[in-house]
Design a protein around this ligand. Structure first.
Ligand SMILES: *Cc1c(COP(=O)(O)O)cnc(C)c1O
Length: 423
């Protein structure tokens, strides 16, 4: 069991809403910092430990600055994400560039920032060589294919578009050495939102054995292994959070039994978690604006799937509470929906909840990762803003809501005035 809490009282939340109307995301700096420190404590046993926070999970430079101050780096996969890392003062080898189907200009931008380039494909060795050259430090992403069982979200590695095959990985390092690389990393990312301790430990075992094999077969001693992201969070009340300490201990045992005897004793450990860092410390706060009774009971919110897509995209569960009604009996069954002209714009389907009236504040939990970031503007929907609850109790707005001017910004309205509709 895990508890679903919210960091403000109903009164403080109402005051906040008077300043910043709903919908908005609220993030809790204190929660994020404590969590970051727990991770660093647990994984501090490994040489050169570094968490590259997956920027895509919460691409806001205010959050990245907080994480940077806890020692984190960044994991980027696009030009804009590289700029976000830079904006937050995360530079050089603290940036891991784990992209795929990467355009040459983005490799160029990563190189300019001194980021660690993590290649997604064997053919990119030659591609990168043609576009700027092979850097001294380089990493490769491994796809174990049939050697690793699948995970619900990413699916079977064999069907995943990412990474090098086993055979390609073994050929990659000698080829990269030939082309001038001198420092090497190995990466994988085979899971998403995975709460099983064993699954993550087995991923480490697979990579550790591969690192030793690479050394034996090619003579290349890796400098680091990047275990990727994919650590889950307990979205459901009955889920259990993964204990960082237990995970670090499990991986450490393998480090001692595989890496140390394999002669790779100074191998660095890196990860690129997103969800597990910020996920539980963000909430989408909305107001119930309509209650509709047809064949089912519907609660219409002032937010929609433009603000949070996970339920519509993956059928994902997000816990919902109503401010001031945390302990009220769950007397009703509702579909909690947004305003998009898409029938899958539902935050919850047939959810047992307290009776909700128009004006009630509805809090959607665990929106701190892959929440607002995934939003889009379909149907002319404007994405909400983001607020940060500081550790001193103050609240700062770290992103304003979108306006129609933002929505129209990509249109050339000047040309429209002179546009001749008849030719
Ligand atoms: C999405 C992603 C991550 C972060 O995943 P989480 O599930 O948020 O931990 C890390 N690395 C890569 C390459 C990714 O695509």
């Amino acid at each position: 069991m895990n508890e679903k809490t919210f960091p403000l009282s109903k009164k403080d939340l109402e005051d906040l809403i008077r300043r910043y109307p709903t919908p908005f995301y609220l993030y809790d700096e204190g929660g994020i910092r404590e969590n970051a420190r727990a991770l660093n404590r647990a994984f501090g046993v490994f040489p050169g430990f570094l968490e590259h926070f997956a920027v895509k999970a919460l691409p806001n430079p205010f959050i990245l600055k907080i994480l940077a101050s806890e020692g984190f780096g960044a994991d980027c996969s696009s030009y804009a994400e590289l700029l976000l890392a830079d904006m937050a003062g995360i530079r050089g080898e603290k940036i891991m560039f784990s992209s795929n189907e990467t355009p040459a200009e983005e490799y160029g931008a990563a190189r300019d920032l001194g980021a660690v380039i993590n290649l997604d494909d064997f053919t990119h060795i030659e591609y990168l060589e043609r576009h700027g050259g092979i850097p001294r430090l380089i990493s490769c992403r491994y796809n174990p294919g049939p050697l690793k069982s699948g995970n619900r979200i990413i699916g079977n590695p064999q069907e995943a578009k990412y990474g090098f095959t086993r055979d390609q990985i073994l050929r990659a390092y000698p080829l990269l050495s030939e082309k001038g690389a001198r420092r090497f990393g190995l990466h994988t990312m085979v899971a998403s939102n995975e709460l099983s301790l064993d699954y993550h430990i087995e991923t480490a075992r697979m990579l550790f054995k591969l690192a030793v094999e690479i050394k034996e077969k090619t003579g290349v001693a890796l400098e680091f292994i990047n275990l990727g992201g994919g650590v889950g969070i307990p979205y459901k009340i009955e889920d259990r959070a993964l204990d960082f300490q237990d995970l670090a201990k499990g991986i450490d045992a393998l480090y001692r039994s595989i890496i140390v005897p394999g002669g790779l004793g100074s191998l660095g450990i890196r990860i690129e978690w997103g969800r597990a860092i910020t996920g539980p410390y963000g909430w989408l706060v909305s107001t119930a604006i309509h209650v509709k009774h047809i064949y089912r009971e519907y609660i219409g919110l002032d937010s929609c799937m433009a603000d949070l897509m996970r339920p519509a995209l993956y059928g994902a569960y997000h816990h919902i509470t109503v401010a001031g009604k945390e302990n009220a009996p769950h007397a009703k069954t509702y579909d909690v929906v947004g305003s998009l002209c898409e029938n899958n714009d539902k935050f919850a389907i047939q959810r047992s909840l307290p009776r909700i009236e128009p004006g009630d504040i509805v809090i959607i939990h665990d929106g701190g990762a892959h929440g607002r970031a995934m939003g889009f503007n379909y149907n002319g929907k404007l994405r909400c803003g983001e607020l940060l609850l500081r550790t001193d109790g103050s609240v700062v707005r770290i992103r304003r809501p979108e306006t129609v001017e933002d929505y129209f910004a990509t249109l050339d309205t000047g040309a429209l005035k002179n546009f001749q509709e008849k030719l």
